[in-house]
Design a protein around this ligand. Sequence first.
Ligand code: CTP
Length: 399
Amino acid sequence: MLQGKKILLGITGSIAAYKAATLTRLLIKEGAEVKIVMTNAAKEFVTPLSLSTLSKQPVLTDLSENDSWANHVMLGRWADIMLIAPASCNTIAKMAGGICDNLLLAVYLSATCPVAIAPAMDEDMWLHSTTRNNLKKISDAGNLLIPVGNGELASGLIGEGRMAEPEDILKWLNLFFSDSQPLHGKNALVTAGPTFEAIDPVRFIGNHSSGKMGVAIAEELANRGANVTLVLGPTNISVKQGIQVLSVTTAAEMYEACDLIFPTCHIAVMCAAVADYTPVQVADQKIKKKEEPITVSLTPTRDILKSLGQKKKLGQVLVGFALETQNEKENAIKKLTSKNADLIVLNSLNDKGAGFGYDTNKITIFDKAGGELNFDTRPKKELAKEIVNSIIHTLHAQI
Ligand code: CTP
């Protein structure tokens, strides 16, 4: 389960930091990629040299070193999970308060991946009401707590607060990835963004699609374990690592890419705003301005969703989008049938905060059984989770 997983291990100042060396060795043995960020206090308990040798990567401590800046934002984006083990009482308090006075905390505050902590401290500190409040705060913020053990503590007392053993942390991670990765081993194809159809060497027919919704879906599918290929039309949007991006410009290029990839896919989501028409002829030279009106003859492009719908086999889930300005529900349901999709996601240009360019959208998901799920205007990233939930549901119903 941990093969190829990217684990960002944060180590803080606690006697349990020595166990981080065993944990690193176990993670590497399981096939995980491990990058380590440690606090200065942690260096008192375990050396960066041991950890960099075990992880085969440089260990980072400072926000800047030798005139180079540690990119804390990219570290949090690189990782599949950030695991802070041991998490000292001090670091937990800083996490709860949003304090950012070292690299580890800067990475934590900018991490887009899930964050898990394995606390380590003496029992009295562990049971102190301030620590309880801090733990509640950070777990309410969506962070995951790996249970502490009960046993001999650094003080010599016996009680609660020992960091979980490295073997138990490994089991926890395996469970985490199997639960949170229901699409592990599935291949997914997503299209996003606009297409540009050239009229002459300097002009084209395009549209205002930003690609945000499609990229959010691609990222969510990847978060749930799928191998994702994103066929992306011309946009400036950035895509998280781990997704294979095929950049295309025209509807014909998008068609070719999808046609090639679809047979090996379990999931295909056609979110791109594909041009319906393309110029019959592309002028070799820039068309010169004239006094009289000109006509550009257009011919229909191939409908990618419809074509994939015709080739779809059992075990493949095909999702289309419908962008409507009138008779929305009726038109969306028509597209579900005419394109042989399993799900159609309707978004309407009539809704405020929905459609091209916005970070939010308002959608309804229709399925073939007549089901309809309505969502209020919400961030595209949140709606991507709902769309992926529906995809997983449909995939399971087919098996
Ligand atoms: N689509 C496609 N290939 C095309 C045109 C559209 O794959 N050449 C897909 C879109 O990605 C979307 C769905 O078809 O998933 C519906 O797109 P939409 O623009 O809403 O509808 P059209 O089929 O183009 O029909 P109309 O413009 O008449 O509404």
